[in-house]
Design a protein. Structure first.
Length: 377
């Protein structure tokens, strides 16, 4: 489904609605992490995020192969959107009382993805043999997820980690050769969906900043903290959309293996970018809520580490799509973590100000390099 009526395929309204519902489910991970800002809490939050991200990404692929105006896609997204909303409601207590509700509703959505792919193959838009290959790993993963929901503590975590690993491994290694012939990638639609989802997640980080501001009266200090957190969010947006996204689309269009390039660059590597935004949003909320005081190490690590994780994802994406290592982003990520180590006694707004300055320097550096490349061409 590369084109619709001769025009490039674009995101449909029902797909955007689906993304908004799924964004709620994914950003519930921020609630899960905020309630337990420890290394164990981080691991559990990232495990849930990995599961939720993989389900959303799977639907980007299958909608890319479906008729955007067909009733099958429309009704499926509406029905499964309602189910994934329930999954999202269960996220904050997924490792407690709502574990089975989380696992069962999640499995319904993942198996629904396989049914949509089977329908796409019947219409000649996807390869049935490729679908059958990763359907096995999906089914095993979902069985482990549901079985693990009846266990407790480390056993549940172990079963769920195994479920996620098997699900991710399907298209990454076990069925990678078959994946090449899965479908024709509608490049504009594919890149647009991921870009829009990044915007939605950045929007959720803005919501977290607003919630942090509610802890105080809106005095000068709080407004400074809010302004700095918003500035960082805008800088993250700018760095993502400042130019390489167009280049990535062109590289995807001309790649010898567009399906594999799309899977690596978007489905896998973008998890780091989204994880960075979610972790940053938790740190930003804490920074605004305690703007004039010092931040506890976990909150400061979320703030600095979230940005560093986002930068590492951006560098990895550029490496996969353009075979170019983003040294600027790697240096900025290292600087963020160095600032975390040095800023234990700094006020929260000072921590934010330095991070905003580091990102501003990154944007200037990348802008100059891109300008030089344009002039050289």
């Amino acid at each position: 489904m590369a084109e619709t009526n001769g025009e490039p395929r674009r995101t449909s309204p029902v797909e955007l609605l689906w993304d908004l519902v799924f964004a709620f489910a994914i950003t519930q991970v921020a609630t899960l992490l905020r309630k337990d800002l420890t290394w164990g809490g981080f691991g559990r939050a990232m495990l849930v995020l990995a599961l939720m991200w993989w389900a959303w990404s799977a639907y980007v692929w299958v909608t890319n192969a479906q008729d955007p105006d067909g009733p099958t896609l429309r009704w499926s997204l509406l029905v499964f959107g309602g189910v994934i909303f329930i999954t999202g409601l269960a996220v904050p207590h997924a490792f407690g009382r709502d574990g089975t509700l989380f696992a069962v509703t999640y499995a319904i959505v993942r198996l629904g993805h396989l049914a949509l792919y089977a329908d796409a193959s019947r219409r000649g838009n996807a390869s049935l043999s490729a679908i059958a290959g990763f359907a096995v790993t999906v089914s095993i993963g979902m069985a482990l997820l549901i079985a693990g929901s009846f266990l407790h503590g480390g056993w549940r975590i172990g079963f769920w980690a195994a479920a996620a690993a098997i699900d991710y491994a399907g298209p990454a290694w076990l069925t990678r050769e078959r994946l090449r012939g899965l479908q024709q990638v509608a490049v504009e639609h594919f890149a647009e969906r991921y870009g829009l989802f990044v915007i939605i997640c950045l929007g959720e980080s803005i919501v977290e900043i607003g919630l942090g501001a509610q802890a105080h009266e809106l005095g000068a200090e709080v407004l400074v903290g809010v302004a700095l957190a918003l500035l960082i969010t805008f800088e993250l947006w700018w760095a993502y959309f400042s130019g390489f996204q167009i280049t990535a689309q062109e590289r995807l269009r001309t790649d010898e293996d567009p399906v594999l390039a799309a899977a690596d660059g978007y489905s896998y590597i973008h998890l780091l970018i989204v994880a960075g935004i979610i972790v940053f949003s938790v740190g930003a909320r804490e920074a605004v809520a305690h703007v004039s005081g010092t931040l506890a190490d976990p909150a400061r690590l979320a703030l600095c580490g979230g940005i560093a994780l986002w930068l590492l994802g951006g560098a990895a994406f550029k490496l996969r799509m353009a075979a170019t290592l983003g040294w600027d982003k790697l240096a900025a990520a290292g600087a963020c973590m160095l600032w975390f180590a040095l800023s234990g006694a700094a006020a929260a707004w000072v921590v934010e100000a330095v991070l905003a300055g580091l990102l501003a320097a990154l944007l200037v550096s990348e802008g100059r390099r891109e300008l030089g490349e344009v002039r050289a061409a």
